[in-house]
Design a protein around this ligand. Structure first.
Ligand code: NAD
Length: 385
């Protein structure tokens, strides 16, 4: 679909993966069916294998054919990969390699990690209620450059029983601009504030990052408020006063650390979605992968107790970023909030006095609440027709 246009249909490659992946993805698919039936937006899903499931079937964590399907689809929805069964495999054959190949071959350079605290779950955080209640921030992490990929790298023998380990932090103007553009674009649809995070005081790559973000802002995004922060200060501010932020944009290394820190502000792994986006191409298409941030949770796989909300919220991000269906995404997010307010809980987010439900029943509760919301808005739509 083209940029800015509201899609009426689309294709999604669904890769449930391993462990609880298939269980949580199944509930997101039921929400997708509901959106198709009630909101006039039908997605065509193709199912594929990734991770250990693909290793078992094909001897590789991702086949070339599935990789091509991912490239051809409008979006990819993934569950999780990995598990003890495949821990002893050769590095190249490990389930995680399937996920890494998807990210690399689709050139998914921008990783979006929202940290949202639903009011009903504010007490699940290790931080004080008033610090996190109502938190809604988004970290945009550069995902394909920086110190994890820079050359030279390696460990060398330097004699006398000594060794030297080297990694190189490298960023170019183009890499900084493309991830900056994603952050500014998203900020326009949120609170219109971007905080760019680096260590310009001690790193040349950080200084370049700051200078290029300033140039990009002046050229294209003057309507968005821009601030800058050193990464160490940002780590501190995230626990001191996280609500001061709207969108944070940062490099691969700092983003890795800061996004994990931000996710812990919410206190619930089973609630956190993510998106990884590529560049918008000339034909308007953008490669994108949506997945919960949690793993395959082998300890609870097959027991029907996993929390499907992170995957359902990842599906909401898919609607928002791949199909410009913000109203549908808002509806799903509002619905999840209402289900939590009603006291419905899977085991991981259970609190005293709340109702414990299974994975399927949580999905069911979301669908019932979607029905209720649709009934509530129907008379208004008719009145306006
Ligand atoms: P994990 O996220 O799978 O589990 C950590 C803890 O959180 C476990 O106790 C688990 O039961 C719980 N948990 C996670 N998701 C939950 C949910 N939706 N509902 C309820 N509880 C949930 O992390 P781990 O145990 O370190 O890793 C397990 C496997 O997952 C490993 O093979 C790891 O490599 C893989 N992994 C995959 C991804 C991914 O696919 N993106 C991410 C992280 C870990």
């Amino acid at each position: 679909m083209s940029a800015g246009a509201k899609a009426a249909a689309g294709t999604v490659l669904c890769l449930p993966g391993d462990g609880i992946g298939p269980e949580v993805v199944a509930e997101a698919r039921r929400v997708a069916d509901w959106i198709g039936a009630n909101r006039g937006f039908r997605l065509t899903f193709t199912d594929g294998l990734v991770g250990g499931a693909s290793v078992e079937a094909h001897g590789t964590p991702l086949t070339d054919a599935t990789m091509q399907q991912a490239i051809d689809a409008d979006a990819v929805l993934l569950g999780a990969v990995g598990g003890p069964r495949w821990d002893n495999l050769d590095f190249k054959a490990k389930p995680e390699r399937g996920l890494l190949r998807l990210r690399k071959d689709m050139d998914l350079f921008a990783n979006l990690r929202p940290a949202t605290v639903f009011p009903a779950l504010a007490d699940a955080s290790t931080l004080k209620h008033e610090v996190v209640a109502g938190l809604d921030i988004l970290i945009v992490r550069e995902l394909t450059g920086g110190v994890y990929f820079g050359e030279p790298r390696g460990i060398t023998d330097i004699g006398n029983g000594q060794r030297r380990g080297v990694n190189t932090q490298v960023y170019t103007t183009a890499e900084i601009h493309r991830v900056g553009r994603v952050a500014f674009d998203i900020a326009r649809k949120r609170g219109r504030r971007v905080c760019s995070v680096e260590k310009a005081n001690v790193m040349e790559s950080g200084l370049l990052w700051r200078e290029e973000i300033i140039k990009l802002h002046a050229a294209e995004f003057k309507d968005v408020e821009l601030s800058h922060m050193y990464a160490d200060n940002c780590a501190m501010q995230l626990v001191r006063n996280p609500k001061q932020f709207d969108v944070i944009v940062t490099d691969n290394l700092f983003g890795d650390v800061l996004s994990d820190e931000a996710s812990m502000l919410t206190g619930s792994l089973g609630m956190l979605p993510s998106a990884s986006l590529g560049a918008r191409q000339a034909n308007g298409k953008m490669h994108a992968l949506y997945e919960p941030i949690h793993g395959s949770a082998p300890d609870i796989a097959g027991k029907g107790v996993a929390n499907p909300l992170a995957t359902i919220l990842s599906f909401a991000m898919l609607l928002r970023y791949s199909f410009d269906r913000s109203e549908d995404a808002d509806l799903i997010e509002r619905t999840v909030g209402a289900v939590l307010n009603a006291g419905v809980r899977t085991r991981d987010i259970l609190q005293p006095g709340k109702r414990l439900v299974s994975t399927k029943d949580m999905g069911e509760a979301v669908l019932s609440e979607l029905d209720r919301q649709a009934r509530k808005s129907a008379p208004r739509q008719m009145a306006g027709a």
